[in-house]
Design a protein around this ligand. Structure first.
Ligand code: ACO
Length: 401
């Protein structure tokens, strides 16, 4: 491209970077990611250590406020969240209006947006205190919306949580409690969900997070900015990959389990099929989250005594891909979503809810990024373009076209 023509067309030189592959949109102190070496850290702490030693609420606090909480800080955070765990009953009417077949991500995005109408003070966040109130409110209500979305699908009554339980225990109980029997916590599932949510909690300027930041940069409120992020997460090239992976593995199983056939399809440039759960925009070595989650999948299935042929197909595909020049040359490795669906399935979570579970995990990251953007007084996000359309044309009336 000739720079002179760029100047005359746009009034200034524009950096063209489709997909923002090499464009930094902000400075951030939240998540460190080194894609070449497979390193991921939240606020300086390695993801491996956090997944092993912390729980999800501690990690949420760390991401949002920058430091691991003391016992007092964590207790207060937990208490403040619990004090907001009731969702206006009229939200149930909105939920009722959705068809049973509605995709849970569409429902969740709509309900999150709708919360703004019920809690209008959440929009105006000029002080840190107002910000804090919006943050604990959404951390409290989001799991309720998630649980209700699932329960509505299963035709179960819409309940609230149990304030005696931990954040993650409460999520599981709200989702699965049957109206006819007592709910018993399964520590294996609590531990697995804690891990999964921590691993998904932030990932610097990915598609949904950038969406949250850019929507929020217009000073739209937190809840609607999050709703925009949920919509961005839905797509199969992003959060929707976990659903797509499981559907792909099911399809391979139904087709006789011939992984080689699907490897060939993925490599065929005339076939739009991609091996879902492989490749990552930033990780060009391995996804450190995938390593942790693969071990967790083995552990959970083992502990629950589940022998899942889908896991064997997944392992077969991963092994073949790791030895295949096509995948090696393009640095395509299993990503976090390659294994997460297997664990969610073992937990009894339906496939359509997988991306919702991702959103639940990503919530603190979105909040942290939105808060950082507002506290740094970042300008409104407004990329430019390279115009490639017609030059000035004369208008023709409809009879003359
Ligand atoms: N299967 C087969 N080929 C692939 C795959 C795949 N899963 N992913 C990338 N490729 C190939 C592309 O065809 C391209 O080949 P070419 O150079 O011969 O044209 C090359 O690898 C580079 O791919 P791009 O699409 O340019 O890479 P990009 O960084 O833009 O995309 C993405 C990354 C979207 C994740 C891609 O790898 C993909 O579609 N993966 C499958 C979907 C998926 O798992 N998404 C989840 C991402 S993780 C997350 O969001 C949490």
């Amino acid at each position: 491209i000739d720079i002179k023509s760029l100047r005359s067309a746009t009034g200034g030189v524009i950096t063209l970077d489709p997909g923002y592959k090499n464009t930094g949109s902000c400075e951030s102190a939240i998540t460190f990611l080194d894609g070449e070496n497979g390193v991921l850290r939240y606020r300086g702490y390695s993801i491996e250590e956090l997944a092993e030693k912390a729980d999800f609420l501690e990690v949420a606090y760390l991401l949002i406020f920058g430091e691991l909480p003391t016992k007092e800080q964590l207790d207060k955070f937990d208490k403040d969240i619990k004090s907001h765990s009731v969702v206006d009953d009229d939200i149930k009417k909105i939920l009722d209006a959705f068809p049973k077949s509605a995709h849970p991500m569409g429902v969740l995005s709509s309900l999150t947006s709708a919360l703004t109408a019920f809690y209008p003070t959440s929009v105006d966040v000029t002080s840190e205190e107002q910000m804090y109130n919006s943050i604990v409110r959404i951390l409290a209500k989001f799991p309720v919306l998630v649980a209700w979305t699932l329960r509505k699908k299963h035709g179960l009554p819409l309940d609230y949580g149990d304030n005696k339980l931990s954040y993650v225990e409460n999520i599981l109980k709200m989702m699965f409690k049957s109206p006819s029997s007592d709910y018993e916590q399964n520590p294996i599932l609590v531990n697995a969900l804690d891990k999964l949510l921590i691993l998904h909690a932030d990932h610097e300027q990915n598609c949904s997070t950038s969406t949250v930041r850019i929507a929020g940069s217009s000073h739209a409120g937190l809840f609607v900015s999050l709703a925009s992020g949920i919509s961005a997460l839905w797509g199969p090239l992003h959060g929707g990959a976990n659903q797509a992976v499981l559907e792909m593995l099911e399809a391979i199983k139904a087709d006789g389990g011939d992984t080689k056939k699907y490897m060939a399809k993925a490599k065929d440039k005339n076939d739009p099929f991609r091996l879902m759960g492989f490749g990552h925009r930033v990780y060009k070595n391995f996804d450190p989250r995938a390593k942790i989650i693969k071990a967790a999948a083995d552990e959970v299935l083992n502990d629950l005594g589940i022998d899942d042929p889908i896991l064997d197909i997944a392992k077969g595909l991963a092994k073949e891909a790791l030895e295949d020049p096509y995948f090696i040359d393009r640095k395509l490795y299993p990503n976090v979503d390659f294994y997460s669906g297997i664990i969610y399935r073992a937990m009894g979570i339906p496939v359509e809810m997988f991306t919702v579970m991702f959103a639940l995990g990503r919530l603190p990251g979105w909040i942290a990024q939105w808060r950082e953007m507002r506290l740094r007084n970042e300008p409104i996000g407004r990329p430019r373009q390279l115009y490639i359309g017609e030059t000035l044309r004369e208008f023709k009336t409809i009879e003359k076209r």
